[in-house]
Write a protein that binds this ligand. Structure first.
Ligand SMILES: [Fe+2]
Length: 365
């Protein structure tokens, strides 16, 4: 039989202790004994005791006096009072002070075992309940995070699936994410900001789901209307992600990845890191306006800095990939092209960091 909990029998009469011990050991419990209050506290200090059977009447410190001491030092210990049949009032009073139950002398041993079992079961439930309550909030938020993550995984998988259908864009989002992370790292941005930029890089073109394929893959130039239509992928992307991605900075990076440093980009004509966005844009950013104080984009919100990094990474990857309307350009040509856009299309410090990253990768190759 598997050993059950340890019970401490506190009674000044040895014969009573032995009687209870024999019965409880027979039921699979482990028992310890104490002939008085001091010894009882020593036994409790030694640990492992789950339940105390405590005699009310003992010479010296009585069970009534010892009970509050036990409850103060070991609030989770279960205490059952043992009392003479004639003094049940005292026992009931003890229950008001933290005892679980009382048993009467002379003992009905079956009744003692029943009381012990009930008390231990109740205690187990109490502890389980307390543990459940304490961890409930944690579990709920873990669950919510899991659900969010799984939505995010699905939408990222969808983005990959759409890209994979098209040889011109296959792997684009992953490459933009990786290059954005490299630039952000080169700029020494904090890891949590880099992670947001990575996610925004993975998701930046998700809005193309909402743009018809014949327009996206048109081999010759787009009409003005068609170009306006393609441009809408930034706002569509933000709308698709809004219910899933709680972090607004990621949403704004997705929305603004086609903005330019000189404010001539789309969809809102923000000048990214050159100057703070207008009051209207900041008002729409609802609580997402904390500004960058150091490095690139001092005085503008961090998502503007993230968008300026995505803009460079996105342009590099687009130009070095083959498109229906033109062939892929070489890395050198694209680097020169991006350098030409320094201070007009692109944030100067981001271009510099990008060129350093490219130089390092050339050396590494
Ligand atoms: Fe895009």
């Amino acid at each position: 039989m598997l050993a059950k909990e340890t019970i401490l029998i506190v009674d000044d009469e040895e014969v009573v202790r032995k009687l209870l011990r024999r019965k409880l050991v027979g039921m699979g419990y482990q028992c310890r004994e104490a002939g008085g209050a001091a010894q009882a506290m020593d036994e409790l200090q030694a640990g492992a005791v789950a339940l105390v059977l405590l005699d009310i009447k003992m010479p010296g410190k009585s069970g009534v006096q010892l009970l509050p001491e036990i409850k103060a030092a070991y609030p989770d210990k279960v205490v059952i009072m043992a009392t003479a049949n004639t003094d049940t009032d005292t026992a009931v009073n003890c229950m008001k002070h933290g005892a679980y139950d009382y048993v009467t002398k002379p003992f009905n041993l079956g009744g003692v075992v029943l009381s012990v079992e009930r008390a231990l079961e109740r205690k187990r439930l109490e502890l389980e309940n307390r543990d459940y309550q304490q961890h409930l909030e944690e579990r709920v938020s873990q669950q919510a995070e899991k659900i969010r993550q799984s939505f995010l995984n699905s939408i990222t998988a969808l983005a990959y699936a759409l890209e994979a259908k098209d040889r011109y864009t296959s792997g684009h989002s992953e490459r933009v994410a990786a290059l954005s992370v490299a630039i952000a790292t080169e700029l020494g941005l904090p890891p949590e900001e880099i992670e947001k930029i990575r996610l925004a890089g993975l998701l930046h073109d998700i809005g193309k789901i909402g743009v018809k394929e014949p327009v996206l893959n048109k081999p010759d130039g787009l009409t003005d209307d068609e170009f306006q239509y393609v441009k809408s992928h930034c706002e569509i992307g933000e709308r698709i992600l809004a219910p899933i991605v709680e972090d607004k900075k990621i949403l704004f990076m997705v929305r603004h990845h086609h903005e330019r440093y000189d404010g001539a980009g789309y969809p809102d004509g923000l000048s990214l890191t050159k100057m703070p966005p207008s009051a209207d844009v900041l008002a729409a950013a609802e609580g997402c306006t904390e500004v960058v104080h150091e490095g690139v984009g001092g005085g503008v919100p961090s998502w503007c800095r993230g968008a300026s990094i995505l803009a460079v990474a996105d342009s590099f990857d687009a130009m070095t990939s083959e498109r229906p309307y033109r062939r892929a350009m070489s890395d050198e040509m694209v680097c020169a092209e991006i350098e030409r856009g320094r201070g007009t299309q692109f944030t100067p410090a981001v271009v510099d960091a990008f060129l350093r990253v490219k130089k390092k990768s050339l050396i590494a190759d």
